[in-house]
Design a protein around this ligand. Structure first.
Ligand code: ARG
Length: 473
């Protein structure tokens, strides 16, 4: 009793059967307005679609419809101007907007919620929000591909070491290496756009879970909101969040690519490599060591990956045990998606900036490319081609020659013909033509190979495949 005195009044939207308001902790655990206010534009768009459909179906008078439209205009302008006061006691964005609408236009506001529930409303808002995010991330990915292709073209001839196991393997070109990422980010775009295709169905009109007895037109609201069609099953419409999980899965894979590239940027500007340098714009200094230039933006782009993976695992875990249809657990679906989308957008912006900013150091790359007997495969291939030696034997002969070079402390090109012939007398002076790193990369003309001529063609082809249809703004 005494507790009830300190309690708030019941909620105006759903408190009909309640005699007192929620406890302070109930209010806090229940409220989502702190984060779902990000849905304001989608929520208003959904309400407009719903109201117009209600009028068209004769469920709402056109005067009420007009009043709702005008009220929503005012609310949208207020929120955009930052003058709207969000209230925690009104729980979420849906009730904050509806309650304000009632203040503005009176009873007509209460008619807006005819044949609608917050369950189909929030599912609609969320799909619209993720759809917008996919479109904006898609544009960012195109921008990233564009700068990568530009750099790749500029460095079609720049030789660098290619690694396996992070051991020097065979020379490649820097352009070829960058184009590898263009392909990865292209598939990321594909995953996001597949997600978009599947999510683009409208939950609106599913009601709380079972549909409605009002003669609504779900096809009309779906097309008003740019959805391809209404979702077929009302229970599915309000209760699944697989679109958010797909979005997070695509985001997780994309951040994996960003993270691997970031790791390479970090390595490439370290003293052990010095393949690139980053300017003041993307590095920071140390408060103690005056000589330092740290690639923090690359490290943070790599570090953001943890948040995105966490979001995916978090939401999978929230969803895994829920019976149909809606449970309030599902209010926990939004923050991970917001955080993942923000983290990914920021990492993409940082990576795009760094690709444009980085200066390659071709001399250092070239010197590193020649180390570690990186053209040993070219020697073996030469034995196959010029002397008809089976590849397995050629591999063994080359191994002996590499051991000899190592013993003498020289590179393969520095080894004398006499020394090589001492290992196998079929070797002639022609062999030196294939032992330079330039000759090595130039010879890799197979489809998808690293030869500069291929890289130039691949860059042009990538430009046409990835950039032209979409256009870059
Ligand atoms: N704020 C809620 C959410 O984000 C909206 C849906 C509330 N539905 C309900 N039945 N209480 O999930």
């Amino acid at each position: 009793m005494s507790q009830n005195k300190t309690r708030k009044p019941t909620n105006a939207q759903w408190g009909g059967r309640f005699t007192s308001g929620p406890s302070e902790v109930m209010e806090r655990i229940n409220a989502s307005i702190g984060f779902d206010q990000r849905f304001f534009a989608q929520d208003i768009a959904g309400s407009r679609a719903h109201a117009q459909m209600l009028v068209a179906q004769g469920i709402l008078s056109s005067e009420d419809g007009q009043a709702i439209e005008n009220g929503l205009d005012t609310i949208l302008a207020d929120i955009e101007a930052g003058t709207f006061k969000f209230k925690v006691e009104l729980e979420d964005i849906h009730m904050n907007i509806e309650s304000k609408l009632r203040e503005l236009i009176g009873d007509a506001a209460g008619r807006l919620h005819t044949a609608r529930s917050r369950n189909d409303q929030v599912a609609t808002d969320f799909r619209l929000w993720v759809r917008d995010e996919i479109d904006s991330l898609g544009k960012q990915l195109v921008g990233l591909q564009a700068v990568l292709i530009d750099k790749a073209e500029a460095h079609a001839d720049t030789v660098m070491p290619g690694f396996t196991h992070l051991q020097t393997a065979q020379p490649v070109t820097f352009g070829h290496h960058l184009l590898a990422y263009v392909e990865m980010f292209g598939r990321d775009r594909g995953r996001f756009s597949d997600t978009r295709t599947r999510l683009n169905e409208s939950p609106l009109g599913a009601g709380a879970l079972a549909g409605t007895s009002f003669p609504i037109d779900r096809t009309a609201t779906a097309s008003h909101l740019g959805f391809d069609r209404p979702m077929a099953n009302s229970l599915d419409a309000v209760s699944d969040r697989d679109f958010a999980l797909e979005f997070l899965s695509a985001a997780a894979i994309c951040t994996t690519h960003i993270s691997r590239f970031s790791e390479e940027l970090v390595a490439w500007c370290s003293d052990g490599f010095r393949f690139i340098s980053l300017s003041d714009a993307y590095t920071t200094g140390s408060s103690m060591m005056p000589q330092k230039r740290n690639p923090d933006a690359a490290e943070l782009s790599r570090g953001k990956t943890g948040r995105v993976y966490g979001a995916l695992i978090g939401l999978l875990t929230v969803m895994k045990g829920l019976p149909l249809a809606y449970s309030k657990d599902m209010q926990e679906d939004k923050e991970p998606v917001f955080d993942a989308a923000d983290s990914l957008a920021l990492a993409l912006a940082a990576i795009t900036g760094m690709v444009g900013d980085m200066q390659a150091e071709p001399e250092n790359m070239h010197a590193a490319a020649g180390k570690g007997h990186s053209t040993a495969t070219d020697l073996a291939d030469w034995l196959v081609r010029a002397a008809g030696v089976p590849f397995r034997d050629a591999h063994a002969i080359t191994g002996t020659i590499v051991a000899l070079a190592e013993e003498k402390g020289v590179t393969l090109t520095e080894l004398s013909l006499g020394d090589m012939q001492g290992v196998d007398k079929r070797i002639s002076a022609d062999v030196y033509n294939v032992l330079s790193v330039e000759a090595s990369v130039a010879s890799r003309t197979s489809l998808g190979g690293t030869a500069p001529i291929n890289v130039r063609a691949a860059a042009a082809e990538a430009r046409a495949r990835f950039l032209v249809p979409e256009g870059i703004e």
